[in-house]
Write a protein that binds this ligand. Structure first.
Ligand code: KG4
Ligand code: ZN
Length: 335
């Protein structure tokens, strides 16, 4: 069986074809970063318009690359939530309409389930059950995954997502949106120990997170360095270092706690922040100590992409989980 996957929940148009036996046959990603950079964040209306412009041409491209015609497809999967409503509606309406026209099933997919299953596209696949840390621009969640569709929420952020905290702190440091990866790069030349940021909510039991205080802490640190006339390039790097160290430490402490609580040693990390090298390194150490391993998608499948939607859609298709003729986008949708 083969399925087309369409991702348009935020600021990337991701299209892919997944074959049950051969894996990903073709995938394309168009990022709108340049469209939104001048505004310091995603402008929903501009995002929707760009998805309209890009979705069909990219579908044509993946079909051509995989040397397939629509007749070779068994389903169309599309992200139906959570995300920006206008952006979601583009993928939902195009996906639903194509499936209708091609007379094949339409399969709505939860964006976070896509992220969660993205490591399944790699060679070294984790066995169920495992603990997953989903860290993106919109979500920070710890989930116990017992099987496909069997998700138990262990904890989540009560305010900003980890990626959001990265982006907001990056903005305070004068970096363009989305500043997460640039802040991480900047932190490489930072000095360990010059600044110490808090590890929010780690001194009490539970698996929830809170990251909005770190952004405020960064703002105060930047202001006080400015007042002292110390806000040079090195200070920027030192603040980036301390901020990243705090986020990574906090995520790692909660991951270890979740693994111990579930008595598991397999950890999956997915979502944009899972591309962070420091986070990967730290989690590799922790899982190794527990006799297990950390699993993550290749870099291009950490952030939003069509491949993860095609894969999750295939699992739903096999389970007979189709959409009716309506097309529904769900901007807020718990996993
Ligand atoms: O999963 P994703 O592409 O989109 C959402 O669904 O939100 O995640 C994007 C987020 C952004 O906040 C971005 O700054 C962050 O992931 N990100 C990183 C890194 N690469 C991407 N944060 C820290 N370090 C990175 N290397
Ligand atoms: Zn995402």
């Amino acid at each position: 069986m083969r399925i087309l996957g369409i991702e348009t929940s935020c600021d990337e148009t991701g299209i892919a074809i997944y074959d049950e036996e051969q894996g990903i046959l073709a995938h394309r990603l168009y990022s709108q970063i340049k469209v939104h950079a001048d505004y310091g964040g995603v402008v929903p209306e501009l995002a929707s318009r760009d998805h309209v412009r890009k979705t069909l041409p990219l579908i044509r491209e993946v079909l051509a690359e995989a040397n397939l015609t629509p007749k070779d497809l068994d389903g169309v999967a599309y992200t139906s939530g959570p995300g920006l409503i206008g952006a979601l509606l583009v993928g939902c309406s195009i996906g639903r309409s194509l499936a209708y026209g091609w007379n094949i099933p339409a399969v709505p997919v939860h964006h976070m389930e896509g992220h969660l299953l993205a490591p399944m596209l790699e060679e070294d696949v984790p066995e169920f059950p495992f603990v997953a840390l989903l860290v993106s621009g919109g979500h920070t969640q710890l989930v116990r995954v017992n099987g496909i569709g069997e998700y138990e929420m262990l904890g989540e952020s009560v305010d900003d997502a980890a990626g959001e905290a990265f982006d907001k702190t990056a903005k305070l440091l004068g970096l363009d949106y989305p500043g997460g990866p640039v802040l991480a790069k900047m932190a490489e030349s930072g000095t360990k120990g010059r600044y110490k940021f808090p590890r929010p909510m780690t001194d009490r039991p539970g698996l929830d997170f809170s990251f909005s205080g770190l952004k405020t802490f960064a703002a105060n640190t930047i202001n006080s360095a400015k007042e002292k006339g110390e806000l040079d390039e090195q200070t920027h790097a030192d603040i980036a270092y301390a901020f990243q160290e705090a986020v990574v430490d906090t995520l790692a402490i909660k991951c270890r706690r979740a693994l111990e609580q579930c008595q598991l040693n397999r950890l999956v990390i997915a979502g944009g922040v899972s591309a962070n090298t420091e986070l990967r390194t730290k989690l590799a150490v922790i899982t190794k100590k527990l006799g297990g391993q950390v699993y993550y998608p290749r870099p291009e499948f950490c952030t939003d992409n069509g491949a993860m939607i095609a894969y999750a859609g295939m699992q739903r298709l096999k389970a007979g989980n189709f959409a009716d003729l309506s097309f529904k986008a769900t901007p807020r949708w718990p996993l």
